[in-house]
Design a protein around this ligand. Structure first.
Ligand SMILES: Nc1nc2c(ncn2[C@@H]2O[C@H](COP(=O)(O)OP(=O)(O)O)[C@@H](O)[C@H]2O)c(=O)[nH]1
Ligand SMILES: [Mg+2]
Length: 404
């Protein structure tokens, strides 16, 4: 069977605009089926995952935000997003969606999206006891995942350290300390409560395990607190109990040979996605019209730029997957958590679909594309009827039958 190359990424602007007919792109990583348990808060109808930018002053958070915002091409904030100018929504580029939309001659193309918040700088010296601003902490708490922006670029005019590991260490210590404070308070409270209610003993044990790591300055996300205990920590909204992506902000020279700069960060974060890019160049490129932008990025040897790669890494780190719907009216990419059942996926579209779920007509996107149309795929017996237990995979095209 012919395989379509959907891993090629969109350019920065297309990535944000996700415009109908936009060419190019990848969905989440092809290896996306292998990672951890579903996390975070995905509720029916709310399709936006929130990523908070966290970093020291001058690391490049605002520049990264601008790069994603692409000179105002940022999609309008969602209704529930605050009017905070630092909250934006970026479309997740997905070539599969574009190919399906072309096949179906869809009037509308709706990519999946993720929300980015420029939470602001962590105050320097905070580690030595100045404490973190409440607003800053609240910003992190509200995020589903943390994007660490770590500076490596060297520029005498911009104050601050240029060792990304130093950035990482300061940030992690700070967040771990804030969590430690939370955990210490809760351990006392839960211990007392556990005297009257034995069922709380497990939560106390989980808090104690967390405390042991946090006291060493180790964030929960790279501690070995087991999954079942981490589950019990959820109600305490710990800052470091979230998935992490790191952006290492490189200068133009470092971009030519990023590995020596990235390797120590990759080793330190062990397993988390680490994306190297020159944020400033990406932000400048994002301001240009598409053809000039490609020219600029190509000219600099940056290919299509790093933003699509970054968005995929972010999407991936939350264990997010995409299923697709396609038709004349609309082709659309929907986000679901790995491990969701077919009815749960249906619920992403509408709670009625989940409640009255009967079955999901299912075909993988490339099989459908190969067939040339949904009608032909059906006649050829390529569309499967899947029931309640089915676990959709990334790239499934689903049509739900339901009854309410
Ligand atoms: N030379 C260079 N300067 C950068 C780069 N990224 C950001 N800057 C500059 O560093 C300063 C701080 O960046 P900003 O995005 O505001 O950092 P923030 O404090 O983390 O939001 C600004 O003057 C940026 O223009 C980069 O990749 N190279
Ligand atoms: Mg800033």
């Amino acid at each position: 069977m012919r395989r379509y190359d959907w891993t090629r990424s969109l350019t920065a602007r297309e990535c944000i605009a996700g415009a109908p007919g936009a060419e190019g792109v990848g969905g989440p990583h092809p290896d996306a089926e292998t990672d951890g348990p579903p996390r975070g808060r995905l509720i029916a109808g709310a399709t936006v995952e929130r990523f908070g930018f966290v970093g020291l002053p001058n690391a490049g958070k605002s520049s990264l935000y601008n790069a994603l915002a692409g000179g105002g091409a940022l999609a309008a904030p969602y209704a529930f997003a605050t009017t905070d100018p630092n909250v934006g929504v970026a479309k997740v580029p997905d070539r599969r969606l574009d190919l399906l939309a072309a096949m179906s001659a869809s009037a509308r193309v709706v990519p999946a999206s993720v929300q980015f918040t420029d939470i602001g700088g962590l105050v320097e010296g905070a580690a030595s006891g100045e404490g973190l601003g409440n607003r800053f902490l609240a910003g992190i708490r509200e995020a589903d995942a943390i994007v660490f922006v770590l500076r490596a670029f060297r520029d005498g005019d911009v104050p601050g350290p240029t060792d990304p590991l130093e950035h990482l260490r300061i940030l992690e210590v700070e967040l771990a300390l804030a969590d430690l404070e939370t955990v210490e308070k809760q351990v006392d409270r839960q211990r007392r409560a556990a005297k009257g209610d034995r069922s709380l003993a497990a939560a106390v044990a989980a808090l104690e395990a967390a405390q042991a790591h946090l006291e060493q300055g180790t964030p929960i996300y790279r501690s070995d607190v087991p999954a079942d205990q981490r589950e019990l920590l959820t109600p305490f909204f710990l800052l470091t109990d979230k998935p992490v992506v790191a952006v290492v902000n490189l200068d133009e020279e470092q971009v030519e040979d990023p590995d020596p700069v990235l390797a120590p960060v990759i080793a330190e974060l062990d397993g988390a996605d680490v994306v190297g890019m020159c944020v400033q160049l990406e932000a400048e490129a994002a301001l240009l019209p598409p053809d000039e932008r490609s020219e600029m990025l190509e000219g600099l040897g940056l290919g299509e730029g790093a933003l699509p790669r970054f968005i995929h890494a972010a999407y991936h780190c939350l264990g997010l997957r995409t299923f697709l719907t396609t038709g004349e009216k609309e082709s659309r990419a929907w986000t679901f958590r790995a491990g969701s059942t077919a009815p749960e996926c249906a619920g992403r579209i509408h709670t009625d679909f989940q409640r009255g779920f009967i079955r999901a007509e299912t075909i993988h996107w490339d099989v459908l594309l190969e067939a040339g149309s949904y009608a032909r795929a059906r006649v050829a017996g390529l569309v499967r009827s899947e029931g309640k237990e089915y676990l959709p995979v990334d790239g499934d095209v689903l049509e739900f039958r339901f009854n309410v």
